[in-house]
Design a binder for this molecule. Structure first.
Ligand SMILES: NCc1[nH]cc(CCC(=O)O)c1CC(=O)O
Length: 303
């Protein structure tokens, strides 16, 4: 609701037309199942797409990282606005930083991607932590720390920022420690593919660099044949020389949730100028990761 409200405000500012928010509850919001076990993709997205198909709403706002990688042809990804901070953050007791957590600290996260990378870092740096699978909305997850059941939880910075609670983060995890989910921090604005006028209006919210970056990240995810709950991290960023953007770097990681096996690779090249070039960059890095055994680390659920 928060992020949709922000997009609604931006659309009315730009077009001078009022935008009405229609609240839709998705399976991902209500199910108590662990995301990694829901088997697939689309649990936060399907109900919104159904409302689009039924004509109950004109456009929908998704967290881009929740979108399945295959785009249905009757829907257009009309805009990918400027991305928020893509990093994950820690909310810990006593304002602790991740690396200052005491021996045996219990860290809540339901994400195999976060588990894999947190455990890999801990193994490599002599930290003794235990990752504990949890689910629920922000209140529920932070609640586990406030009531003392867990020492820390890990969440996306973007989610906290959008609801005005980023000041509760006690540590920002460097992307060198935990690579975010493909598309994390970005939004996707979707509408009917045949509504050219609306697509043209919404396109004014599009940020071409964010779009190219998330396209490469999601192409990597798709080429690994992994779903949104797979232990896959990816991030594309620009390498600049002063003010002049020189190249784009794409980093990818796949690991087992225990952190014992990790395939992490990076590639750097010219900033893609087309959708196809961004797709190729992701596919090529995925092919290298698969050559290094990435498929064996993703487990049954990834497929
Ligand atoms: N997994 C659910 C989900 N989908 C999007 C966000 C918020 C971050 C974003 O918009 O990228 C979250 C919560 C989280 O990961 O903490």
């Amino acid at each position: 609701m928060a992020q949709s409200g922000q997009v609604a405000d931006a659309v009315s500012r730009m077009t001078g037309r009022p935008v009405e928010l229609v609240e839709i509850t998705t399976y991902g919001d209500t199910s108590r199942e662990h995301l990694a076990q829901m088997g697939g993709t689309g649990v936060f997205v399907t109900a919104l797409r159904d409302a689009l198909h039924r004509g109950e709403v004109d456009f929908a706002v998704h967290s881009l990282k929740d979108l399945p990688t295959a785009q249905p042809e009757e829907l257009a990804l009309a805009a990918v606005p400027v991305r928020e901070d893509p990093r994950d953050v820690v909310v810990a007791r006593d304002a602790l930083k991740f690396t200052d957590l005491p021996r045996g600290a219990r860290i809540g996260t339901g994400s195999p991607r976060r588990m894999a990378q947190l455990n890999a870092y801990a193994l490599g740096h002599g930290l003794d932590i235990e990752t504990v699978p949890i689910r629920g909305n922000v209140d529920t997850r932070i609640g586990y720390v406030r009531d003392g059941r867990l020492d820390a939880v890990v969440l996306a910075a973007a989610g906290l920022t959008r609801i005005g609670r980023i000041d509760e983060a006690t540590d920002f995890l460097s992307v060198d420690t935990v690579l975010p989910a493909p598309g994390q921090g970005a939004l996707a604005i979707e509408c009917a593919a045949d509504n050219a006028d609306l697509i043209a209006s919404l396109a004014r919210l599009d940020d071409p660099f964010t779009r190219v970056a998330v396209t490469a990240e999601r192409s990597l995810l798709a080429a690994l044949e992994a779903g949104c709950s797979a232990p896959v991290g990816a991030l594309a960023d620009l390498l600049a020389d002063g003010q002049i953007v020189k190249e784009m770097r794409l980093r990818g990681v796949v690991g087992t949730p225990d952190g014992r096996s990790l395939v992490q690779l990076s590639t750097t090249g010219p900033v893609p100028e087309t959708h196809d070039q961004a797709m190729t960059l992701g596919r090529e890095l995925a092919a290298e990761m698969l050559a290094q055994g990435a498929a064996g680390l993703m487990g049954e659920r990834a497929h």
